[in-house]
Design a protein around this ligand. Structure first.
Ligand code: T46
Length: 137
């Protein structure tokens, strides 16, 4: 549920030469990292996401710039504004997400627990809601 989504305050090594942040799978985040991808060159006004994952765990980081991410567990919705490269948003499975309000030049980096698999997606909100209610509903 939404209660399991959280901002993870990543280690930040401050240095006059520039700051450094790192992420260790299984230590800072509750999964091992199997895939990394990033969204960049996003035109103003773009909407991304609009889906949920059946089994994937992810950590999203605004590496540069900012964007909004709306999370929805089928009962409650909550919007996060991401704008720091040392904050990661942890999203467990079965959370619908929509991403918009990208600032120009923003980069969204995502660390994921599994390789890309289209069968892991709910891209239809009603199907997602039905799956949450379980097979008996
Ligand atoms: C999420 C948000 C933040 C691949 O081939 N490999 C990949 O690892 C990914 C993520 C995507 N793709 C292909 C699948 C589609 O043909 O790239 C195309 C665009 O993917 P999608 O429409 O899912 O992109 P977003 O930005 O809406 O969503 C992605 C992730 O899919 C999703 O898990 O949380 O970024």
């Amino acid at each position: 549920s939404l209660k399991d989504c959280k901002i993870i305050d990543l280690p930040k090594i401050e240095d006059p030469r520039g700051n450094l942040t790192f992420v260790e799978g299984g230590r800072h985040i509750p999964f091992d990292i199997k895939r990394v991808y990033y969204l960049y060159d996003v035109p103003g006004g773009s909407h991304r996401g609009g889906h949920a994952h059946k089994g994937l765990h992810q950590l999203l980081i605004a590496m540069s710039g900012s964007f909004d991410i709306l999370l929805d567990d089928g009962r409650t919705r909550f919007k996060y504004h991401m704008n720091r490269s040392y904050y990661g948003l942890y999203i467990p499975p079965m959370i619908w997400r929509e991403i918009d309000n990208f600032s120009s030049g923003s980069v969204c980096m995502v660390m994921a627990s599994q390789f890309y698999d289209e069968d892991d997606y709910f891209r239809d909100y009603d199907e997602f809601k039905k799956a949450l209610q379980g097979p008996s509903a």
